[in-house]
Design a protein around this ligand. Structure first.
Ligand code: ADP
Length: 222
């Protein structure tokens, strides 16, 4: 079992602004599974993904990753967890516009102490896997949407994460590019990577092993 969440609660804000984003979610994901998360806007999907990925802390409940209890005492612990284990792919790529493609992909490696040579080899290998080896010196604004998403995917994979979390990975893409990105994701899954994908797209959900349906911060799949 890679992921086990038991009765997770998450609130944002206080008093009149209190939002109960997650209200007792439990979830188990096996190694190598590809799981879709669906539900209408505001139901808590991104919150769930952010908690699994260590981008956000939860208020109540238990989280086990590979059988180990996940306890985040501070931001640094969360960052270390993320950088070692998780690859994030999000809708609008979140590339850094004033950095080159190379530097964007290299970013997660900066947290590990690697030589320049090793960084270069890893980044160029990852870019070449994505068919972007000739774009290393370009800037994001010089690329198409599909190319940007491939750069973002290369960045998500550079640390060889066990778990890939994708939040609407095709939401901002045209249908050709969408298919290309889906094929890349399916390929990772075939290589044994575990994947959790938040999506509104039933076609993507159909390619996953199963779908979790979220409503008002609860799992209503059953
Ligand atoms: P979804 O991904 O399903 O659209 P979210 O997880 O983004 O839903 O949001 C769930 C609820 O939590 C929404 O009501 C949203 O407005 C609220 N929320 C999410 N993040 C924050 C935040 N950082 N601060 C305050 N409220 C938030």
């Amino acid at each position: 079992m890679l992921i086990e969440l038991n009765d997770i609660y998450k609130n944002y804000g206080q008093g009149d602004n209190l939002v109960r984003a997650l209200r007792g979610i439990s979830l188990q994901v096996e190694d190598g599974e590809m799981v879709a998360v669906m539900g209408k806007s505001g139901s808590g999907k991104s919150t769930l993904l952010n908690i699994i990925g260590g981008l956000d802390a939860f208020d109540q409940g238990e989280y086990y990753y590979s059988g180990q209890k996940v306890v985040f005492k501070n931001q640094e612990q969360m960052a270390r967890f993320r950088h070692n284990k998780i690859g994030f792919i999000i809708q609008n790529f979140a590339l850094i516009e004033h950095k080159t493609v190379f530097d964007n992909v290299a970013l997660p490696l900066r947290y590990n102490r690697l030589s320049r040579k090793v960084i270069e080899t890893k980044v160029m290998q990852e870019l070449s896997n994505m068919g972007l080896q000739d774009k290393a010196k370009r800037y994001p604004y010089q690329l198409s949407g599909g190319q940007c998403q491939r750069v973002a995917i290369a960045r998500a994979l550079i640390n060889e994460p066990d778990l890939i979390l994708a939040d609407e990975p095709t939401g901002a893409l045209d249908s050709n590019t969408e298919e290309e990105v889906i094929n890349i994701l399916l390929d990772f899954n075939r290589q044994g990577k575990t994947m959790i994908i938040v999506t509104h797209d039933r076609n993507i959900a159909a390619m996953c092993n199963r779908t979790i349906n979220i409503l008002d911060g609860k799992d209503v799949s059953a």
